[in-house]
Design a protein around this ligand. Sequence first.
Ligand SMILES: CCCCCCCCCCCCC[C@H](O)CC(=O)SCCNC(=O)CCNC(=O)[C@H](O)C(C)(C)COP(=O)(O)OP(=O)(O)OC[C@H]1O[C@@H](n2cnc3c(N)ncnc32)[C@H](O)[C@@H]1OP(=O)(O)O
Ligand code: NAD
Length: 313
Amino acid sequence: MAFFTRQLCRHFSSSAVRNVVIKNVTIIGGGQMGAGIAQVAATTGHSVTLVDTSDDILKTAVKGIEGSLKRVVKKKFADKPEAGEEFIQKVLRNVSTSTDSGSAAQRSDLVLEAIVENLKIKQDIFHQLDKVAPEHTIFASNTSSLPITDIASTTSRLDRFGGLHFFNPVPMMKLVEVVATSATSKETFDSLLNFSKVLGKTPVSCKDSPGFIVNRLLVPYLVEAVRLHERGHGSKEDVDIAMKLGAGHPMGPFELADYVGLDTIKFIIDGWSAKDPSNPLFAPIEMLNKLVAEGKLGKKTGEGFYKYKRLIK
Ligand SMILES: CCCCCCCCCCCCC[C@H](O)CC(=O)SCCNC(=O)CCNC(=O)[C@H](O)C(C)(C)COP(=O)(O)OP(=O)(O)OC[C@H]1O[C@@H](n2cnc3c(N)ncnc32)[C@H](O)[C@@H]1OP(=O)(O)O
Ligand SMILES: NC(=O)c1ccc[n+]([C@@H]2O[C@H](COP(=O)([O-])OP(=O)(O)OC[C@H]3O[C@@H](n4cnc5c(N)ncnc54)[C@H](O)[C@@H]3O)[C@@H](O)[C@H]2O)c1
């Protein structure tokens, strides 16, 4: 009888999990994206634990969240600065930080990963967390370019694993790509879809195909911009001005690349090139490789294609 009950529980706890209402969220990675997602989740009343590898990084992340919230309240509470400050403190109370992803995951309905764009590191972290997270906990990755199926493969919760691809800067960008693998259950997908809506975002449904929707279209455009410049057909500045004034983009391709982070972009290009080496789209980009080798990673380090005065906006 005990055996039967155990089997029944196992069945219900894995394949027939009900929709999970997401309240407690662990976000792994307190960089640009993790901090932005933490801000939005905390603002919408979720209890958020932000995890990174050191307390210093986490301190910088929380400072970044506070800075971003100040920009939000400047608009939202234009005539009531005290109410604005109260709002900021209320949101910040919903954010705690930790360097221990395991204990954070134990209290979470959702573990959302936003660490470096490296398959092995992402797989390792989910493999560890799969052993300690509650059965009902949904895992999701914010990857820009890696197959969710590959990231999920080191876990035993393929039905409770999906993609939640946010856009940078998270507080301003309305879109979330919600990605289902062939193993993601409908309940998990619906929970992720609903979570995105509760965050105030507009979700679109995506298959686990390379680049999902946005990056599938955005990457060739960005690559062609840098090739055009390398061929001597336009300065960075003119290319950026052209795309802003001629195509209505809020940022030109070089500005956008600096904003995303050149290390992240290199991870994306190198990863796709390794999978599809004969595709000319992914041939090495000399300018990009040089800047990354010099530690010029874009806006976050103060220099990339351009130089910047302020590191944290
Ligand atoms: C060339 C190299 C090629 C190499 C190959 C390429 C390979 C592949 C690359 C793939 C990358 C994929 C990355 C990822 O997976 C997907 C992405 O995220 S792509 C990025 C998507 N984001 C964008 O496209 C951003 C475009 N930019 C904008 O929308 C705007 O510029 C902006 C960021 C919103 C800023 O607006 P601006 O008007 O320019 O500037 P302001 O500073 O005046 O801001 C306006 C308004 O917004 C408020 N605000 C801005 N940022 C924040 C923030 N972080 N927090 C809170 N508020 C913010 C600001 O306060 C202003 O408010 P207002 O004054 O108007 O009240
Ligand atoms: N930058 C963008 O515009 C953008 C947009 C959408 C999605 N993404 C994706 O989001 C992810 C993060 O990108 P980002 O721009 O925030 O990068 P980032 O470099 O700003 O931040 C990554 C953070 O992860 C931390 N980290 C690394 N290994 C860790 C580990 N084992 N445990 C805990 N923390 C760890 C780092 O210390 C760093 O703070 C990537 O997968 C990227 O492809 C990026």
